[in-house]
Design a protein around this ligand. Structure first.
Ligand SMILES: *Cc1c(COP(=O)(O)O)cnc(C)c1O
Length: 671
């Protein structure tokens, strides 16, 4: 695009300089580029314009920002000071032989999220004079990676923060790692006898496992296990609420939900427990109406309904002590603070206030002791702490070069296109666009019928793109973009090829159209002149990112800088610390990326852990290929080729050496 801007400067001299009468860009818009201003366009770009373009203040505060040199900075401790230049950090990692793509986890952000959540509940409890406390748990399914769970338990200990297991394997993690006396180990998910027995016996280790009955038959299993072991369990019941989440997880509640007991089932369960003299074991009520609840009113409704069930269970004689409001606390991925699916119309404090006030309101009229409040907030705790950094391998930018004037002996179509190109002005740009489009179609028809040579067709297409670039540059300066010219943005957009597999690193972008903030982490003091989508390394046409955060909408093109092959161009995907790692798959055999844990130190930072990404050998092993067998097969083929003189011995050694070395390497490309 830089080439084109140089070219258009002589065009621009014939045109009134519209930039002077443009309204001052406040707020600066991404479309604030003026026509053909060549290199002078860059200095007019500002950090504020980048902040606005990528909405970083909306989703990134207080952790991510842009510094004066145009780099993204990370303040892992939030408002409490200390920040790192993300680009310097990436360079530091590269010097340690850690290649991109790389997932960077910031332990301090994790600590900050836990503290924030607890502080919000503490504040709400004080504000409403709530006579109970808050004891959150982290749902392990959100991110089971050991280093993360270990850190979580460590940072959570002062708050008696516990863990929630949603399956047998997750129970194994919870049981082994949670060693905070008094913290809860919430046992959810499908259970068998062994699951229940293990959970009950954990009481003998001084832990507080709460077995949440999610299916009607689990009631009998829990009773049987308790009788067999002679140990009383702590039981909870998951209720199927009538209040539903909206959006993707809306069906997590209601009668047809996969988990939970209906009201008749709850009453039956209470009867059975009473009969087994275990009613005093029933201490917790749980509900979960879905993840990423974007609308606070849904949460309010659910709290109201659940609080009444809680009250009623107490009245029926259960020794109720805990109300567990499940997950759902959302993350503002697009920074819009709205009830749009990628956002939420409340903050953490509003959420805590509503939980605390709602439960209190239900207990007071019945003079019931207020329960310990539990939330299973996963997304809200784990999302911010990890950042995925990847590089761009190349682009398909449409770069029109300065066209040669049409000669009199050239085809009429070419002469028409040239004339159109020369006549483009702010007044006629829409008309010029339609003309150029028509002449290009004419050229293709003429070619098809044999009247135009390949060289002439190429010339016509090049002229067409030159027209488009010129028109686009003008269109971006207009206050409102004419409808047909908006489609030009799409037609002129580029594909940026990224060194990443979205199936491995951001599966929800593919699976459920999740949008994560994606932006360049440098050059942010420079205008992003390109509009592009991202295509990943897999040979799957779904392996792309073409949905980006916009204003209460999704946009399909991202503002990007012109790619210079000699210069690395780094992009970051943010807020992707929840669910992505474990849901990632090995499509095309791209394995786990490199991962590091970074902790802020007075000197800068320290790398606490490095988990190297998969090598090809490891990934191939998952699909039952062994290194020896593969190497041996290739070696045999080289022997045959040697016998038949298809290959020299040096070539065969070179091939085998490359092959063996590759097996030990990262599955991503080294740039
Ligand atoms: C998934 C899940 C959670 C976590 O939900 P978030 O919205 O990520 O906080 C909590 N509880 C249960 C039962 C879940 O299934």
């Amino acid at each position: 695009m830089v080439d084109q801007l140089d070219k258009s400067s002589d065009q621009a001299s014939q045109l009134p300089d519209r930039s002077s009468d443009l309204p001052s860009p406040n707020p600066p818009l991404s479309h604030d580029s003026s026509l053909g201003l060549g290199k002078s366009a860059t200095p007019r770009w500002s950090i504020e314009a980048s902040e606005e373009t990528y909405r970083i203040k909306g989703w990134g505060e207080p952790y991510f920002a842009i510094s004066a040199n145009g780099h993204v900075t990370v303040s892992p401790k939030g408002d409490r000071g200390g920040s790192l230049d993300l680009v310097d950090l990436v360079h530091g990692l590269q010097k340690r032989n850690l290649q991109l793509p790389i997932l960077i986890r910031f332990s301090d952000i994790l600590a900050d999220r836990i503290e924030r959540l607890n502080a919000c509940f503490a504040k709400a409890i004080a504000r409403y004079s709530y006579e109970g406390r808050y004891k959150g748990v982290f749902p392990v399914k959100c991110n089971q990676q050991r280093h993360l769970v270990e850190k979580l338990v460590e940072f959570g200990a002062p708050f008696l923060f516990g863990l929630e297991a949603g399956s047998k394997p997750e129970l194994m993690i919870g049981l082994a790692l949670l060693n905070t006396p008094g913290a809860l180990l919430i046992c959810n998910g499908y259970k068998d006898q062994e699951y229940i027995e293990t959970a009950i016996l954990a009481r003998r280790l001084g832990k507080t496992p709460i077995i949440v009955l999610e299916q009607a038959d689990e009631v009998d299993m829990a009773i049987a296990a308790s009788q067999k072991l002679g140990v009383k369990p702590i039981l909870g019941i998951r209720a199927k609420l009538n209040s539903r989440g909206i959006g993707r997880w809306g069906t997590s509640a209601g009668d047809r939900a996969k988990f939970g007991l209906t009201m008749p089932e709850i009453v039956t369960a209470v009867d059975k427990l009473r009969e087994a003299e275990l009613l005093d074991s029933l201490q917790l009520l749980h509900f979960h109406i879905g993840s990423q609840i974007s609308d606070i009113s849904v949460i309010k409704d659910a709290i109201q309904e659940a609080s009444q069930i809680y009250v009623q269970l107490s009245k029926l004689g259960a020794a109720m002590q805990y109300l567990d409001v499940g997950g759902g606390l959302g993350v503002d991925y697009d920074g819009s603070k709205t009830n749009f699916q990628a956002s939420k119309n409340y903050n953490m404090q509003n959420y805590a206030n509503d939980v605390v006030a709602g439960v209190k309101d239900a207990c007071v009229p019945h003079q019931l002791a207020m329960p310990t409040l539990v939330s299973e907030s996963g997304r809200a705790i784990a999302s911010h702490q990890s950042v995925l950094i990847f590089d761009v391998l190349g682009t398909s930018e449409v770069v029109a070069t300065q066209p040669e004037p049409a000669r009199d002996d050239e085809d009429l179509i070419i002469r028409n296109l040239w004339e159109t190109y020369e006549s483009i002005s702010p007044e006629n740009c829409q008309e010029a666009y339609h003309d150029a489009l028509k002449f290009k179609d004419d050229a293709i028809s003429a070619f098809r019928l044999g009247y135009l040579s390949l060289t002439d067709r190429a010339r016509a297409e090049r002229l067409y793109w030159s027209c488009c670039e010129q028109i686009q540059a003008i269109a971006r300066t207009l206050d409102t973009m004419p409808e047909h010219l908006a489609e030009l943005e799409a037609a002129m957009s580029s594909i940026y090829y990224i060194n990443l597999s979205i199936f491995q690193s951001a599966p929800d972008t593919w699976g459920i159209d999740q949008v994560f903030p994606v932006m360049p982490i440098h050059r942010l003091n420079e205008e992003p002149t390109q509009r592009g989508s991202l295509a990943d390394l897999t040979c799957d046409s779904d392996g792309k990112i073409d949905q980006f955060i916009g204003t209460k909408s999704i946009k399909h093109l991202l503002e990007l800088h012109s790619f210079k092959p000699e210069q690395p161009y780094y992009l970051g995907m943010f807020l992707n610390g929840a669910y992505q790692e474990i849901m990632g798959n090995l499509h095309n055999l791209f394995g786990d990326t490199n991962m590091v844990h970074i902790q802020l130190t007075p000197q800068g930072y320290e790398i606490e852990y490095v988990v190297k990404g998969d090598t090809m050998e490891e990934v191939l092993g998952y699909v039952q290929y062994s290194r020896e067998n593969l190497v041996e097969r290739v070696r045999k083929q080289t022997e045959v080729a040697l016998q038949t003189n298809q290959m020299s011995i040096e070539e065969s050694q070179r091939l085998l050496q490359n092959y063996e070395q590759s097996l030990g390497r990262y599955t991503y490309l080294s740039v």
